[in-house]
Design a protein around this ligand. Structure first.
Ligand code: SAM
Length: 216
């Protein structure tokens, strides 16, 4: 795996594009500038790595579009040391961005093939989150509470288990809607039994499966 000057230049151009599209958090832009996204692509598809688009990663799933990764990461307002749960490990690209931002990351994937592939691949790049295989719509109760939770698949509603597993003042970022289009939601737990909700743009994610997602 080679990260050449050409790749680094393409990455800087992608970062410029993301800031033109409205990403302002320097920690997010700096993390995206560091993670070699082309490592997630087979060499014959490498030219797609620094375009701002999602790409198939097998098993009917996708590596999210860089703008989407940046947008969700910005909404999370990560502070170094935050304990973060990611639901939907997928390729592991979003996980690397969060780790570069200083998150202590717990990431859970439902698809067994992707789980094994990413769990063995990420450490070879020097990234080592805590990996879990299972239904992330139920969260990770044994490791809760979390400062932040990010869901990278589209949910029919906000899973109550995830709200339960947030710390007070914790934030949950989740796309919610039908199978075609979802609104990005940021939920903040103001007090133990009180949450506030903000709505952002529409996105299009693959469905969140499982007990509190779309039933498999
Ligand atoms: N974060 C990923 C990345 O950086 O490549 C993108 C993830 S992809 C858009 C969504 C992922 O969520 C898929 O890998 C899918 O298998 C996974 N997923 C769907 N339902 C899930 C669930 N209930 N628990 C955990 N993962 C789930």
């Amino acid at each position: 795996m080679i990260d050449s000057y050409r790749h680094k230049g393409q990455r800087r151009a992608l970062v410029r594009l993301l800031s033109e599209k409205g990403i302002t958090d320097e920690a997010v832009l700096s993390a995206i500038n560091k993670v070699p996204r082309h490592f997630f692509f087979e060499s014959s598809f490498e030219e797609h790595a620094y375009q701002d688009k999602a790409f198939p990663i097998g098993e009917g799933q996708t590596i999210s579009q860089p703008y989407t990764v940046a947008f969700q990461s910005q909404l999370l307002q990560i502070r170094p040391g935050d304990k973060v749960l990611e639901v939907g490990t997928g390729s592991g690209y979003q996980a690397c961005v969060l780790l570069e931002m200083g998150a202590k990351l717990y990431t859970i994937e439902y698809n067994e093939v992707l789980f094994h592939r990413t769990k063995s691949f990420l450490p070879s790049m020097g990234y080592q989150p805590h990996f879990f295989l299972g239904d992330g719509s139920k969260g990770l109760p044994h490791f809760a509470p979390f400062d932040k939770i990010i869901v990278t698949a589209g949910a029919p509603q906000i899973p109550l288990s995830l709200i339960d597993q947030l710390k007070v003042l914790g934030k949950l970022i989740i796309p919610v809607g039908d199978k075609k289009s979802q609104k990005m939601i940021r939920l903040t737990k103001q007090e133990e039994l009180k949450v506030s909700k903000e709505s952002f743009d529409n996105f299009s994610f693959v469905p969140l499966l499982g007990k509190e997602g779309w039933v498999k």
